[in-house]
Ligand binder design. Structure first.
Ligand code: PLP
Length: 231
């Protein structure tokens, strides 16, 4: 669909990590990761990664910011001058220059140390997710569990195709209470500021979880008070 529309397919593979998902092999043009989560693994260091396959046609007429001369760089054109490296060169040259999100050497070291243990940690996260999902599914106080590793999940086959080692370890479940008070009691006993995929696992209640800049009405409309997610 993205290619029919002449736009790149961008996949946020943060929660799967490259250990579980390889979106470029399934047609994605750009993959992004928040390295702050599973890749870093310790919740100590912020970082992000953008990977471009290099085969998307940025010269298809829809991306003047890639094809028009750039005044601040003497009139070069990202696509004409750098071809398959054009998008990432633009990202480095303009975003790093204007916003400054360069990784410090200490941050790079911390993140690399986390990445060294990625397979072992993800295997453990998957095993834990299965235990928690099975347990939740068998509990009558739980209305539903959305983990794609469970029999009967509508995306189980698709997950097995794209994520053959397992569908990750972040999923949602709903508490079987009409008024949401059960979820409130549950979440009041858990952290109000969970960080996805540290070395520990934790549940979060979506309607009361940061970012704090969300308004009360956006929290109300974007999630059910009965939903929680182990992270
Ligand atoms: C799936 C996913 N992608 C991206 C982000 C953004 O991460 P960061 O705040 O490190 O940019 C998050 C944050 O929770 C996330 O869950």
């Amino acid at each position: 669909m993205a290619h029919d529309a002449g736009v790149p397919l961008v996949v946020d593979a943060t929660l799967a990590t490259p250990y579980l998902a390889r979106p470029l092999e399934h047609g994605a043009d750009i993959v992004i990761h928040s390295v702050t989560k599973f890749l870093g693994g310790h919740g100590t260091t912020l970082g992000g990664v953008v990977i471009e396959k290099g085969t998307f046609d940025w010269g298809n007429g829809k991306f003047p910011q890639m094809t028009e001369p750039v005044d601040s760089y003497g009139g070069i054109k990202w696509w004409d001058n750098f071809g398959e490296y054009g998008f990432l060169t633009k990202l480095r040259s303009e975003q790093l220059r204007d916003i400054g999100p360069a990784l410090s050497p200490q941050s790079a070291f911390n993140l690399l140390q986390g990445i060294e243990t990625l397979p072992q940690r993800i295997d453990a996260h998957l095993a834990n997710a299965r235990i928690v999902a099975d347990w939740l599914e068998s509990d009558p106080r739980v209305a539903y569990v959305t983990w794609a590793g469970l029999d009967g999940h509508p995306h189980r086959e698709r997950a097995a195709k794209y994520l053959p080692l397992g569908p990750g370890s972040v999923f949602a479940f709903g508490v079987a209470a009409e008024d949401g008070r059960a979820a409130g009691r549950f979440s009041s006993r858990t952290s109000s500021s969970p960080r996805i995929s540290r070395t520990s696992a934790m549940p979060a209640r979506s309607s009361s979880t940061p970012p704090p800049r969300r308004t009360a009405s956006s929290r109300k409309s974007s999630s059910s008070p009965r939903e929680c997610a182990p992270t």
